[in-house]
Design a binder for this molecule. Structure first.
Ligand SMILES: [Fe+2]
Length: 251
C-alpha cells in the first residue's frame, strides 16, 4: 500500500477518537498486511521494533538523579542490561535465529525456544524499552489520545497509576509491571515474573507494552534498599509520556 493511503487510513482512524480503540485489532492486521512489517507479526510500527544489539543509553548516567542514581544507572545499563544482549545473541546463534529480524518475532513464540532465550530475550527487550520510557524533566502526565484511552479504560489517570503502582509494589521477587494494550485492545495493568513480558505467548496477560517498570532489586537497591515503594512512587516523575504516546499511536 502506498504511504499516502496508509497515512490517510490511520488519520481517518485517529479522527474516530476513542472509537479507534475498537478498530485496533483490524488496524494491527491491516498495517501488517501493508508490507511495512513483513517480517513480524503483532502490533507496533517497524520503527519501534527491537534489534538484538544494545542501543546507546538515550541520556547520561546521572540524568535521572535524584530519582535514579548515577551508579545504579551505570551498573544497570553496562552490566545487567548488557549481559542480556550478549546472552540473547548467544542463544540466537545456538538456535538458528536470524538476528537481522526483530527480537519481537522470537518473543511472540517464546515457548518454542530455550529458557536462555526466554530470560535473555525478555531481559534485552524489557531494558531497551525501559530506557526509552524514562527521561529527565518529564512532563507530569500524558495528553491527547493516550490520556483519553487511559480515562476510558481506568476511569482516571490516577486510577491507572494506582493499579500500576500496586502491581509493581506487590510483584513477589523480581519482575516487571506493565501498562499494555491487550490483544482485544483494552488498556490494562499487569505484572510478569523475572524477565517475561506481555509480548510472550506464555504471558498471563498478552499484548503490546506501552511502558514497564523494572522491579528487580538491581534497579533500585543501591539507593532505595528495601524501599521498593519509594522507587515506584518516584518512577512517575521521570516517565517519557511523549515516547509512550508514540507507542500507543503506532498500533
Ligand atoms: Fe533491570
Amino acid at each position: 500500500m502506498k504511504n499516502s493511503n496508509r497515512r490517510a487510513f490511520i488519520g481517518n482512524s485517529a479522527k474516530a477518537g476513542v472509537a479507534t480503540l475498537i478498530a485496533l485489532p483490524a488496524l494491527g492486521a491491516f498495517i501488517e498486511s501493508c508490507g511495512t512489517a513483513k517480517s513480524t507479526t503483532g502490533p507496533g510500527s517497524n520503527k519501534l521494533k527491537t534489534g538484538f544489539d544494545q542501543q546507546p543509553l538515550p541520556y547520561a548516567y546521572n540524568a535521572l538523579e535524584p530519582w535514579i542514581d548515577t551508579l545504579t544507572m551505570d551498573i544497570h545499563y553496562n552490566k545487567h542490561a548488557a549481559a542480556y544482549s550478549k546472552n540473547v545473541k548467544e542463544a540466537a546463534a545456538a538456535e538458528n535465529v536470524d538476528i537481522t529480524k526483530p527480537l519481537e518475532d522470537v518473543l511472540y513464540n517464546i515457548s518454542k525456544y530455550s529458557v536462555k532465550m526466554r530470560n535473555n530475550g525478555g531481559g534485552h527487550y524489557n531494558h531497551e524499552l525501559f530506557w526509552k520510557c524514562l527521561q529527565a524533566n518529564a512532563t507530569a502526565q500524558p495528553t491527547g489520545k493516550l490520556l483519553t484511552a487511559i480515562i476510558k479504560h481506568f476511569g482516571s489517570l490516577d486510577e491507572m497509576k494506582k493499579q500500576f503502582s500496586e502491581a509493581a509494589k506487590t510483584r513477589f521477587g523480581s519482575g516487571w509491571a506493565w501498562l499494555l494494550v491487550t490483544n482485544d485492545k483494552k488498556l490494562v495493568v499487569s505484572s510478569t515474573p523475572n524477565q517475561d513480558n506481555p509480548l510472550m505467548n506464555i504471558a498471563d496477560v498478552k499484548g503490546f507494552p506501552l511502558f514497564g517498570l523494572d522491579v528487580w532489586e538491581h534497579a533500585y537497591y543501591l539507593k532505595y534498599q528495601n524501599r521498593r515503594a519509594d522507587y515506584v512512587d518516584n518512577f512517575w516523575k521521570i516517565l517519557n509520556w511523549n515516547y509512550i504516546a508514540e507507542r500507543f499511536n503506532s498500533i
